[in-house]
Design a binder for this molecule. Structure first.
Ligand code: COA
Ligand code: AMP
Length: 631
């Protein structure tokens, strides 16, 4: 049988994973070339390139400046919200990043210290990430749509020496002041950062009120005057590059840790093999630097590969219209667009006939990649018909930082099966397991697991928490990483991702914990018990819906209580949770052992058929829930 390029590469990886990754590692500029590819005795399940020495910022910037790309655009900032655009060549990016890195050093930051970055989509956010990488400071970016409680838990877990922030973020029609959110978070957090560096935006300044708050631009201007720039420092490939918190099953997020060496090797490989881009191409990931997609494909992946990356401060609709994506593609000659399906659904809702596509020249665009949530076939087909390019679903997670299953444009596209993100990428041996840890038959649903070790780029552990890492991901299926997604594989190895096996929901491509929301609801003084489930939503994929059982004798207005809990979630978790629906119930359906039947509640909301669970305590409660919902 003649193998296609994907099959050949997958086979080569299967036959000798270490030789495969050693070969790929040659694409990176190392300070000390790794001799050992994988040390299975190191860390929880082994570590990649343990004796390699490198610097991620060097590979993202200096390397290109030194090798003929100094004048090429590295970063294009396009902000339809402010009407501003700014372009930075690799040489200019180097100046900005090296200067900020010198400022960080002046504030006493050293290798291994943490910097928390709470910033909107402005170039300084990218400079900050790269400046940290340059001097071995571990960054932890927190998405701007998270509010003070989320910010505080991240401050306490990562214990940053510095917080890098801005005066405000901009959402369509409104200014989000960051300072009050930050002040609250700083008050809530036990850990106190020594320094807070604030970028004042002209759209809305903020007052620096405390002695440890400093004006970002003032320090940059001074450093530039003195021509202060920091060099890249030598780091072990296994040293952490960043921590990115992601929702777990409780309100305490999990600190996904990323290393330097394996991450570079994997991401660089994906740029050509999966996304089919060459150095010099323009890559646009319409996400936010606060999410994994932003880390991997706004910042690190494109820059490692010598591509131009687009930083977009806007929305798919309303900034100013649903043609903005196509305007950006035409104007900046974007070759690859990567976004979440929800963005395409939002555009389609406003422009069902695709009128806006016709206004722009999209000839540079080669493909649209979708990830972050399930890509429904209808949306894919609509985008295909409007764009006239492949529309490629691919499945991955914050934990992996790159594609677990996809359709590799660079290796030659495989036939598309709508509803499937296609097949396992090299590095990932995907198995569908039953409750007894046995592989199920093709077509049967099970827990999607990946045989250990995970490939380079995936997290070696959670930040300073091997125990939680093992408990959350490794213990249930010994020898495997449990993705917490459920699904099946067909006889040709195509994967279908059907549901989460935990309480994570996906709202507009944003991963959120219903457990975290329940914790906020439960803190309300009138609430005795609660449950939050993710109901299907045609635009955002899922939306959270809360059910509250009030304490006996609470006589206050139910509407008022609902308003209060909605506000609490907004203020504590953030507007991005989109928690806007709460119902008061007399009781919640439970098993006899007291477990709330969340998935049955979800099915009732979604109008799906459900079986009354055999273990239910009182089946009548299901009727009560249905009647509250008017079903
Ligand atoms: N800072 C502050 N607030 C933010 C924010 C940020 N960075 N991002 C979102 N919010 C707020 C919004 O203003 C909104 O507030 P509201 O309740 O006052 O209206 C709320 O959080 C929900 O935002 P969002 O999820 O963006 O919903 P929306 O209704 O404003 O827009 C879409 C819907 C589909 C256009 C939008 O979700 C979108 O662009 N999605 C793309 C998905 C994406 O980029 N995913 C990243 C992973 S790939
Ligand atoms: P995040 O860590 O925020 O990237 O979210 C990862 C989760 O989003 C996965 O575990 C899936 O549940 C979901 N997800 C991401 N991409 C896809 C996809 N292409 N198809 C289905 N689900 C996806």
């Amino acid at each position: 049988m003649v193998l296609n390029e994907y099959q050949e590469i997958y086979k080569a990886w299967q036959e000798n994973p270490e030789a495969f990754w050693q070969g790929v590692a040659a694409e990176i500029d190392w300070i000390v070339q790794p001799e050992t590819t994988f040390d299975q005795e190191m860390g929880v399940y082994g570590r990649w390139f343990p004796d390699g020495v490198c610097n991620t910022c060097y590979n993202c910037i200096d390397r290109h400046v030194d090798h003929g790309r100094a004048e090429q655009n590295a970063l294009i900032y396009d902000s339809p919200i402010t009407g501003k655009q700014q372009k930075y060549s690799f040489a200019e990016l180097k100046t900005e990043v090296a200067t900020l890195a010198a400022v960080l050093q002046d504030f006493g930051l050293e290798k291994g210290d943490r910097a928390l970055i709470y910033m909107p989509m402005i170039p300084e956010a990218v400079f900050a990430m790269l400046a940290c990488a340059r001097i071995g400071v571990i960054h932890s970016v927190v998405f701007g749509g998270f509010a003070s409680k989320e910010l505080a838990t991240r401050i306490d877990d990562s214990r940053p020496k510095i917080i890098l922030t801005a005066s405000c973020g901009l959402e369509p029609g409104k200014i989000i002041e960051y300072k009050p959110l930050l002040d609250d978070a700083v008050m809530l957090a036990e850990h106190k950062a020594e320094t807070i560096l604030i970028k004042q935006r002209e759209e809305q300044n903020c007052e620096l009120t405390k002695p440890n708050e400093y004006d970002w631009q003032h320090y940059i201007d001074n450093a530039k005057q003195e021509n202060k720039q920091a060099d890249c420092i030598a780091l072990a490939a296994t040293d952490p590059l960043y921590i990115l918190y992601t929702s777990g099953t409780t309100g305490v997020p999990k600190g996904v840790m990323r290393d330097n060496g394996g991450h570079m090797v994997a991401l660089k490989w994906t740029m050509s093999a999966i996304y089919g881009v060459e150095p010099g191409d323009v890559f646009w990931s319409a996400s936010d630097v606060g999410w994994i997609v932003g880390h991997s494909y706004i910042v690190y992946g494109p820059l490692l590969h010598g591509c131009t990356t687009v930083l977009f401060e806007g929305k798919p609709i309303g900034t100013p219209d649903s043609g903005v994506f196509w305007r950006v593609i035409e104007e900046h000659k974007v070759n690859i667009l990567f976004t979440a399906p929800t963005a395409i659904r939002a555009i389609r809702k406003e422009d069902p006939e695709g009128e806006h596509f016709k206004r722009y020249n999209l000839e540079d665009l080669r493909a649209l990649f979708l990830a972050g949530e399930r890509a429904d076939p209808d949306t894919i087909k609509w985008a295909e018909s409007c764009l006239n390019t492949p529309v490629i679903d691919h499945w991955w997670q914050t934990e992996t930082s790159w594609t677990i299953a996809g359709n590799p444009l660079g290796l030659g596209l495989l036939p598309v099966k709508y509803g499937s993100p296609t097949v396992a990428m090299p590095g990932f041996d995907i198995c569908i397991l039953d409750d007894n840890q046995k592989e199920v038959a093709d077509g049967d649903m099970g827990a999607i697991c990946i045989k250990l070790p995970l490939p380079p780029g995936c997290f070696p552990t959670l930040w300073r928490n091997d125990k939680r890492f093992k408990e959350s991901y490794l213990n249930d299926y010994p020898g495997y990483y449990m993705t917490a997604d459920a699904g099946y594989k067909d006889s040709e190895g195509y994967l279908y991702i059907m549901a989460r096996t935990d309480d994570i929901i996906n709202v507009a491509g944003h991963r959120l914990s219903t457990g975290g929301m329940e914790e906020v609801l439960a803190e309300h003084p009138d609430v005795a018990e609660c449950a939050v489930v993710g109901a299907a939503d045609p635009l955002k994929g899922q939306l959270p819906v809360g059910f509250l059982v009030l304490k006996a004798g609470v006589g206050r207005s139910h509407d008022l209580i609902k308003e209060e809990v909605i506000l609490r979630v907004r203020e504590k978790i953030g507007p991005v949770a989109a928690f806007k629906q709460a119902y008061i119930a007399q009781r919640l359906p439970k098993t006899r052992s007291g477990k709330i039947l969340r998935s049955t509640i979800r099915k009732i909301i979604d109008g799906e058929a459900y079986q009354v669970p055999a273990t239910i305590d009182d089946p009548d409660i299901l009727h009560e829930i249905a009647s509250i919902l008017g079903k």
